[in-house]
Every structure is written in structure tokens, then in C-alpha cells.
Design a protein around this ligand. Structure first.
Ligand code: SF4
Length: 186
């Protein structure tokens, strides 16, 4: 993508508040109006999900960003993970997790007649950007909408998003989200 886009909406899948502060500001800098979309059935347990939802609300209220929150639907995550539960972090397990979240985001963009979507997942240095981009582009072709493949961690984006989260005193999780990632940390 090149040049400034003018006042176009973009559906921003937000994996958490920490990772999405910088993307919201970055997209606005390009002339987009991001609509944040919190769809993360990977998060375990529900109490953790609710903490991350509250942090996302606080961020979006502060930045005056429209926010759509999906209900907690862990059965969706469990369904696609059958047989992959014990695969290590960064493997096909995480790719399936990205697929689930980006598929629903692309569907949602289509429903809302928003012509482009992207994801805050790329803010994290722990996530495989090539995999995210390939999956985003796949659903882009399927749904005939644009996937904007921003690598948000670049150009100090990761540091910026952490700084914003610290300034706003946002809740900061210490594991990626799923039960498996929680066990590894504890
Ligand atoms: S480690 Fe993170 S990206 Fe990987 S499956 Fe778990 S929640 Fe999803």
C-alpha cells in the first residue's frame, strides 16, 4: 500500500489492549478510521478474557475508537485445536489460532461493509508475521476485501504500544492467551 488513504474505515482485529494502542494511532496517521474488533476465543479462562476486555474498553474510550466485542466463545477455539493441543507455541497450533481469529474478522468486515481489515497480532515480536500475512491474504482473496499487512512492531511500534499501555496503566497479561500458553508461564 502507498500514499495516504482518506477517512476510510478499517476493521482492526485486536488481540489485546496492549498490542492495539499503537495500531490505532498508526492507522489514523494514514487517514484510516479504525474500528476495533475484539474476537479472541483462544483466551483462557473466562476471568482472564473479561480482564482483557476491560483493558480494551479503557484503551478505546481513551482514544475515542469504536469497539465491537464478541461474547466469550471458547468452544470455537477448542474445536479447531483438537489434535493440536500439545503442539509447541509458534507451530501449527498458533497458525490455526490466527486463522480462527482472522477468518471471523474478515467475515465481520464483510458484514459491516468495511472494505479492509488488519490485526494487532503483528505488534508482538513473538508472533510469526509471515504466517499472519499469508492467512490475512488468504481470507482477503476469499471474501474480496483488502487485508492491510502492516507489521505494527516495526519502526518502534512495539515500544510505542508498550509505552502507551504503561501510560494508561492498562492490565498487562503475562501469557499469550490459551490454556497451553498459561501453563508454560506458570
Ligand atoms: S500461544 Fe497464543 S497464538 Fe498460540 S495458540 Fe495459544 S493463544 Fe493462540
Amino acid at each position: 500500500m502507498s500514499g495516504k488513504e482518506s477517512n476510510k474505515k478499517i476493521l482492526l482485529h485486536t488481540c489485546c489492549a496492549i498490542c492495539s494502542g499503537h495500531p490505532i494511532k498508526f492507522l489514523r496517521g494514514l487517514g484510516y478510521e479504525p474500528v476495533a474488533y475484539f474476537f479472541n476465543p483462544n483466551i483462557y479462562p473466562e476471568s482472564e478474557y473479561l480482564k482483557r476486555v476491560e483493558a480494551q474498553k479503557k484503551l478505546c474510550e481513551t482514544l475515542n475508537c469504536e469497539l465491537i466485542i464478541e461474547d466469550y466463545q471458547p468452544e470455537l477455539y477448542r474445536g479447531i485445536m483438537k489434535g493440536f493441543e500439545n503442539h509447541p507455541e509458534g507451530s501449527e497450533r498458533c497458525n490455526r489460532c490466527f486463522e480462527l481469529r482472522l477468518l471471523r474478522t474478515a467475515q465481520k468486515a464483510k458484514e459491516l461493509e468495511i472494505e479492509a481489515y488488519t490485526t494487532s497480532l503483528s505488534s508482538s515480536p513473538h508472533k510469526n508475521f509471515k504466517a499472519i500475512r499469508a492467512i490475512g491474504n488468504f481470507f482477503s482473496d476469499y471474501f474480496k476485501i483488502n487485508f492491510m499487512d502492516f507489521d505494527f512492531k516495526k519502526q518502534n511500534g512495539f515500544l510505542h504500544t508498550i509505552k502507551l499501555a504503561d501510560e494508561l496503566k492498562l492490565y498487562r497479561q503475562n501469557y499469550c492467551g490459551c490454556e497451553n500458553s498459561m501453563r508454560v508461564k506458570s
